[in-house]
Design a protein around this ligand. Structure first.
Ligand code: ATP
Length: 199
């Protein structure tokens, strides 16, 4: 699986439609300061479901919409589409290519599309669940978080390695199963009480 293309329109400094195509392997985006390199990684985070404006270096989510410049008006809509190559079947869908898109209007309405069909944020998260991509993972490391990783405690760094090795998702599933088991135990205890009263 790899990031095949990214299309931005009305997103931060990308007022006009801009399309980036990527090949497998290393891709570097270079450009002068303030030219929009970090806005591209913000776009990847955003389209994958990021809800915290601060993680996108903004004060509110509206800050992702092109705010206008001396030469042109602000736009009313931000759109990002990301295409993942899924020929290795890493994502749990039958398609060799998966397109995930997100739109947000200045009114605050936001929508997601998966392969062109309207979807919920939860559907996007579900598709990405086992892939190592998505919000809350470290597939995107910002300049600021790199410093904090370098200065973090050994146990926090261990969590990062566990995430990269795919252990974290099993720990999360284990914790979820334990919570379900605890809920079942209390239901069972209530059922036993009722049976005891009836007998
Ligand atoms: P550096 O190399 O300094 O880290 P960069 O190439 O990563 O810079 P970005 O931080 O991606 O640059 O882009 C910053 C530019 O994006 C600024 O000029 C800022 O005004 C512009 N920008 C951010 N949000 C918006 C917005 N909503 N509308 C218009 N322009 C925006």
């Amino acid at each position: 699986m790899y990031l095949k293309s990214l299309v931005l329109k009305g997103f931060k400094s990308f007022a006009d439609r801009s399309a980036l195509s990527m090949e497998p392997g290393i891709t570097a985006i270079v450009g002068p300061n303030g030219s929009g390199k970090s806005n591209i990684s913000d776009a990847v985070l955003w389209v994958l479901g990021e809800r915290n404006a601060k993680h996108l270096r903004g004060a509110s989510m509206e800050d992702v919409i092109f705010a206008g410049s001396s030469a042109r008006k602000a736009t009313g809509l931000a759109e990002v589409e990301l295409v993942l190559d899924n020929s290795d079947g890493k994502l749990p869908v039958e398609f060799d290519e998966v397109s995930i898109a997100r739109r947000m209007y200045r009114t605050g309405e936001s929508e997601y599309l998966i392969n062109g069909s309207l979807a919920r944020r939860m559907d996007v998260l579900d598709i990405l669940h086992d892939s190592g991509l998505g919000t809350g993972t470290h597939s995107i490391i910002s300049q600021g978080s790199l410093d904090s990783i370098l200065q973090s405690k050994p146990e926090d760094r261990r969590a990062l390695i566990e995430e990269a090795a795919g252990v974290l998702k099993h720990k999360q599933r284990k914790a979820k199963s334990e919570r379900k088991l605890a809920a079942m135990d209390s239901t069972l205890a209530r059922v036993r009480d009722v049976v005891g009263e009836v007998e």
